[in-house]
Design a binder for this molecule. Structure first.
Ligand code: XIL
Length: 353
């Protein structure tokens, strides 16, 4: 409840939003946003100001996942996403929902209680309450996240999950139909990871995604966009620029929009002192965005956090010797880094959509 009581007491931003990433993106018809946790914004007025200054859209990083929302079967805890929605509305930012169906971040009670007999009503009840709560206010919803597995033993590539197990392979179509009934105005997104590399698993994943989305489109399923997570790494084999371009063109050809939905660039494998690592990270941002933004179907870019101080990579891919990771546009005191300048330059150079 502490987060809710923050109410409208947040500081107004003093820095101007007119030169922030969102304003630069908007000049090309693009939307820029970042994932956020209400607890981080409450703890740091500087960080809250930075979100207001840089972003045109917020995405709750954890607050809309089942584990956060549904501590038990009868409770829906909207405190984190509601705080963020109010912050977004007060600062003129759009709001994006992540995520309705995922194989991770599930509370133990769901895994315990779900059966083929009750799975559809569990899904319908969740969607009715959660999508209904934000009806008309969501830019887009990630309806299904990471439904495919490059190492799947199934010919359709579907990932083993409680959803597949209890609802069968039609669960993806079902989820999109139910979501569309409840909020016909939200852009419904299929979100997927690991489609960026020049290695066989990424090649397979891109093929699987094209097959799946092609089948869904032909069957009239209301999927409107692909979310491309794009968790990239500096200092490793580069992402596959040509393959990414071709892939995004093919996705567009299916009549789908594209959201770069969770962009960050890990510096874990980048060598050298901090300034060199920052340059390596910035170069990956610049190269990736200049390839992706050439595709006019890309309507939005979201980074998975805004400041290094609360990047999920601090625990997911930590650096040695307790050095903080530096994968995001702003450093841990919310100052703009080379990554920020690379993103700004890529936005400014993007074709107008
Ligand atoms: C991550 C969050 O950033 C973490 O804070 C949380 O502990 C685990 O999930 N792909 C996704 C996101 O779709 O939901 C994940 O977010 C990162 C990988």
């Amino acid at each position: 409840m502490a987060v809710l009581s923050a109410g409208r007491g947040w500081p107004r931003t003093r820095a101007s939003a007119s030169d922030g990433l969102a304003a630069i993106a908007a000049s090309r018809g693009l939307l820029y946003g970042a994932a956020a946790k209400s607890s981080s914004l409450v703890a740091s007025p500087e960080l809250a100001s930075a979100y207001a200054r840089e972003c045109g859209m917020l995405v709750p990083e954890v607050g809309l996942k089942w584990q956060a929302l549904r501590p038990d079967r009868d409770t829906f805890d909207f405190s984190d996403p509601d705080w963020l929605l109010r912050f977004a509305a007060d600062h003129g930012l759009r709001f994006r929902g992540h995520t309705l169906i995922w194989y991770k971040a599930l509370p133990a009670w769901v895994e315990r209680e779900i059966t083929p007999g009750n799975a559809e009503s569990l899904l319908r009840q969740h969607f009715t309450t959660v999508i209904g709560h934000y009806r008309g206010r969501m830019h887009s919803w990630d309806v299904v996240n990471e439904g495919l597995d490059a190492h799947s033993d199934r010919s359709d590539g579907l990932r083993r999950s409680i959803w597949l197990e209890n609802l069968g392979p039609e669960y993806i179509a079902l989820a999109f139909h139910v979501a569309h009934e409840i909020d016909p105005a939200a852009m419904l997104v299929y979100n997927e990871n690991e489609m960026d590399d020049d290695r066989p698993p990424s090649d397979r994943k891109r093929g699987m995604v094209l097959d799946l989305l092609g089948r869904l489109r032909s069957a009239g399923v209301p999927v409107a966009a692909l979310g491309v997570q794009a968790h990239l790494r500096a200092g490793q084999a580069p992402f596959a620029a040509t393959k990414v371009r071709d892939f995004l063109r093919q996705i567009s050809g299916l009549g789908l929009k594209i959201i770069v939905s969770e962009l960050d660039v890990s510096d874990r494998d980048a060598a050298g002192p901090m300034a060199e690592r920052d340059q390596a990270v910035a170069a990956v941002y610049g190269d990736y965005l200049s390839a992706a933004l050439d595709e006019r179907g890309v309507v939005a870019v979201v980074t998975w956090g805004l400041s290094d101080q609360d990047s999920w990579l601090n625990s997911r891919l930590p650096r040695d010797s307790n050095r903080r990771v530096r994968p995001l546009p702003l450093d841990d005191t919310t100052r703009r880094k080379p990554a920020w300048h690379a993103i700004a330059a890529a936005f400014a150079a993007a074709p107008v959509r």
